[in-house]
Write a protein that binds this ligand. Structure first.
Ligand code: G16
Length: 550
């Protein structure tokens, strides 16, 4: 194989989308974080080139389509990133994260040896189905990085499919569809039709309760990202009499003062949403539309307050599990011996009330895993129906082959089971998907005839919570264990956290380094808003003091 790297994609000649050369020092190291490599966009061309090469190698190894998604999701528009997607639409296998990291961190001089070492470790048989499928979000650095990906895949002459500007979940869906033709057509249309058709069929066989308070209208904050154009495309297939969507934040600065991450962390209304207007049901996507956060203006005596009441990933998960369990009753009553295993996966960020509700009211012991969809997806895949959501709105439901056989492919007269089969096809089970999740939530709210008041009151109430981002120079000094709830390094900090937490009732807190931004995240909850804020501030100070002393 000719390993001649085009000079613009070498570390030394790394060329940005504006045409400038941004050389990368040999000793600068990059790690595959929570969701791939994510940095300022000027660092990305050589990383994307090398990642696409790794993707082409993985595609040859598995004789399959492998995905490359160019996005930095919730990060500011000056950032970009790249992550690889395995054949079933899942996140990249962890061993291959290590390979990708080794290849990216090699110097230009070391690259040929690093590549040959990697090639020796894998065996390649037939390769006629191998291809690299690449999508990008709306960032202006995207097209230049798409070219870098094309050039990386070309090193091996692996077929390269540029599927253009897509949401991250659309890319995951397309990769699975390329590899499993029965799943869906691997095109934008294939994705839109599969999800919209299932939604419409589910709508038809769902009878809204007579006393329904459901409103078929949502105002969507698109984070000025890819959600706006692509969700509009999807909605062209759903009559507005079924669901009316009003779009906001479509074409200004990406993720600036808006989007799911902004709403979740600030607990404020995003830009262009007013506390006084009658906007009963609102939802936010993030920049690449893999997260969904419902919200509305928080009731307040102060008409100027733009506090938001959140219906976050935990609330969505509990709503969905309530619905799925109800639909399953028919099946469980008719076949008491053959139960489908249902599980819920959360992270440490899950609101304490949600975890208690799932455990005590639903009788399910939630599984807590480290942040990152790859961890949640893997844990959820152990069940026949695995529901996973991060509090930040990233989540989905995964279904086993047994579920597929019993619920989707066995003809039945049972209305609940037919609803469940259709519901499972509205969901994008490859990864959390803001569009699919929004349609799923609307289907469930309509099924119960619930307004936002009902959703707020009939399940559980959040305990006060706060999340603070603390910028740091070197987040790698922070090491955690116990699903990120305990800090083992720097030594001594966990003791300070424990001492602070013990000062408040019903309190819980942790500190962990972000895997996507150069920050440390502080999470705290306690019995009152004041105590929660005090606890959060005090832990923020612990991090600041530590940074100042280093
Ligand atoms: C990514 C991951 C999520 C994770 C989030 C924040 O989301 O896919 O699983 O929760 O980053 O991660 P961290 O706390 O490590 O910064 P996205 O939407 O930015 O791709």
């Amino acid at each position: 194989m000719d390993l001649t790297v085009p000079v613009e994609y070498s570390r030394a000649g790394n060329t940005t989308h504006s045409g400038n050369v941004h050389a990368i020092q040999d000793d600068e190291k990059f790690s595959y974080g929570t969701a791939g490599f994510r940095f300022k966009s000027e660092k990305l061309p050589f990383i994307v080139f090398r990642c696409a090469y790794v993707a082409s190698l993985r595609a040859r190894q598995l004789n399959s389509a492998i995905g490359v998604m160019i996005t930095a999701s919730h990060n500011p528009s000056c950032d970009n990133g790249v992550k690889l997607v395995d054949p079933s639409g899942d996140m990249l296998n962890e061993q291959w994260e290590i390979y990708a990291t080794e290849v990216v961190n090699a110097t230009d001089a070391e690259l040929p040896a690093a590549v040959r070492a990697l090639e020796k470790q894998i065996s390649v048989g037939k390769t006629q189905l191998s291809r690299v499928v690449c999508g990008m979000d709306t960032r202006c650095s995207g097209p230049c990085l798409m070219n870098a990906a094309r050039a990386g895949a070309a090193l091996f002459n692996v077929q390269f499919d540029d599927i253009g500007v897509v949401s991250t979940p659309m890319l995951h869906y397309a990769v699975k569809a390329f590899n499993e033709p029965k799943f869906a057509e691997p095109t934008h249309d294939g994705y839109y039709s599969a999800i919209a058709d299932s939604f419409k069929k589910l709508y038809e066989i769902t009878e809204e309760p007579k006393d329904s308070r459901y409103q078929p209208k949502v105002i969507v904050d698109c984070a000025n990202g890819v959600g706006a154009p692509r969700f509009r495309n999807l909605l062209e297939r759903i009559p507005s009499s079924l669901l009316e969507v009003e779009f906001r934040n479509e074409s200004e600065e990406l993720n600036q003062g808006c989007g799911a991450d902004f709403v979740k962390i600030s607990q404020k209304l995003p830009a262009n949403f007013s506390p006084t207007a009658a906007e009963p049901k609102c939802a936010s996507f993030d920049g690449d539309a893999d997260r969904l956060m419902y919200f509305r203006a928080k009731a307040s005596e102060n008409s100027e307050s733009n506090d938001a009441e959140l219906f976050d990933g935990d609330k969505i998960a509990v709503l969905i599990v309530t619905y799925i369990r109800e639909q399953l009753k028919d099946y469980e009553n008719s076949t008491p011996m053959e139960r489908l295993r249902l599980g819920i996966v959360q992270t440490a960020y899950a609101n304490g009330s949600s975890t208690r509700y799932i455990r005590e009211k639903l009788g399910i012991e939630p599984i807590i895993v480290p942040t990152g969809v790859k961890h949640l997806h893997e844990a959820a895949s152990e069940f026949d129906i695995g529901i996973y959501f991060e509090a930040n709105g990233h989540g989905t439901v995964v279904f086993s082959e047994i579920f597929d056989r019993i619920i989707r492919r066995t003809p039945t007269e049972s209305l609940p089971l037919r609803r469940l089969a259709l519901f499972s096809r509205v969901i994008n089970e490859t990864v959390g998907d803001a569009f699919a999740d929004l349609l799923a939530v609307e289907a469930v709210l309509r099924h119960y005839g619930w307004s936002m008041d009902d959703w707020a009151e009939k399940l559980y109430r959040d305990v006060p919570n706060v999340q603070i981002k603390v910028p740091v120079i070197d987040r790698s000094i922070f090491k955690t264990t116990n699903a990120e709830q305990t800090l083992v390094k720097p030594v001594g900090i966990q003791k300070m956290i424990d001492t602070d937490v013990a000062k408040y009732n019903n309190s819980r807190a942790f500190i962990r380094p972000s895997g996507t931004e150069n920050i440390v995240r502080v999470y705290a909850e306690a019995d009152t808003v004041e105590n929660t804020l005090q606890l959060g501030k005090s832990l923020e100070q612990v991090v600041l003091n530590l940074c100042n002393s280093n």
